[in-house]
Design a protein. Structure first.
Length: 295
């Protein structure tokens, strides 16, 4: 299987920006780590994909972006975090959610699983005192439509968002997405050309499954072959940066009283990372040391 990849291009004489990602490996890794149902794989996979794309645009080595989707559907909430390379980690409240296929399309019904009411949150942290927090209502639960609405309402940026995850009995066959952003000087002619191209384009997951390269996909969805193409060597991955030291800090934050209560009742503690399910065990001596540090 090919490595995941992100590319960025300028088209239409620099008046349109298009970013494309192949995210098959990161979504498959999430599926295996969290034992996701097909529907949960598609839902969380779409959120992982868009968050990786957005994370790649973050400035600063320590910049991160967190996206949350909190809908009224049975999947519950979903949370994904990306660094500035596009490495992501995420989890979903109900990883085994199961809903019937969409009757109209015959495909996995992500919208029904997520719900059509609720909120999406985008939290950008570039190291300042307070992170930027944007939020908009969920309009369909299909994720791509919800983020298109976010860009229009919260950032006032005309943006086309396409996300797709193709799942079969063996796991994730293809996953990816693209963002097409119009610059302020984009003309009506540019817009019409892109609209026509999008009408004729297949889904992003289908194009990736057929073996198309990201640069080909960028050309197809913009109707433009004269692209200014940017690529780097970074390979975005599903990557959790949890550690025992971080878990120690989490334990300290619960306070001296609560820690002493754990020591008296259990004499030990086990913490599990939401993002990768790795378990961290603390014995009685370690907990006593943490109590001393929490004074």
């Amino acid at each position: 299987m090919k490595n995941d990849k992100i590319i960025s291009c300028l088209t239409h004489n620099g008046k349109v920006n298009v970013r494309c990602i192949s995210s098959t490996n990161m979504v498959e890794e999430a599926r295996k780590l969290h034992d996701l149902s097909p529907t949960a794989t598609a839902a969380l996979g779409r959120l992982l994909t868009i968050t990786s794309l957005l994370g790649k645009e973050m400035k600063g080595e320590k910049g991160t972006i967190t996206t949350q989707v909190k809908g009224n559907g049975p999947i519950g909430s979903m949370t994904v975090v990306s660094d500035n390379i596009g490495n992501v980690k995420g989890y979903v409240s109900n990883p085994q959610v199961d809903v019937p296929l969409n009757k109209e399309t015959g495909k996995l019904d992500v919208g029904k699983a997520v719900g059509n009411q609720g909120t999406i949150y985008i939290i950008k942290d570039i190291g300042l005192k307070e992170p930027y927090v944007g939020m908009t209502p969920i309009i369909s639960g299909e994720i791509a439509e919800d983020f298109t609405n976010y860009f229009a309402k919260s950032e006032q940026t005309p943006t086309v968002v396409a996300l797709g995850v193709l799942v079969d009995k063996n796991g994730v066959r293809a996953a990816g997405g693209y963002l097409i952003t119009l610059m302020p000087d984009a003309t009506e002619e540019d817009i019409v050309k892109i609209e026509e191209a999008l009408k004729n384009a297949e889904s992003i997951s289908k194009m990736l499954d057929d073996g198309k390269e990201l640069i080909e996909i960028a050309e197809i969805v913009t109707g433009e072959q004269n692209l200014m193409y940017f690529e780097d060597d970074n390979i975005p991955q599903y990557k959790c940066n949890c550690s025992k030291e971080k878990m120690e800090k989490n334990l300290i934050t619960i306070g001296k009283t609560e820690l002493n209560d754990i020591i008296e009742k259990d004499g030990k503690a086990e913490l599990v990372c939401h993002f990768c399910n790795k378990k961290y065990n603390f014995d009685k001596d370690e907990l006593i040391k943490l109590v001393e540090e929490s004074k």
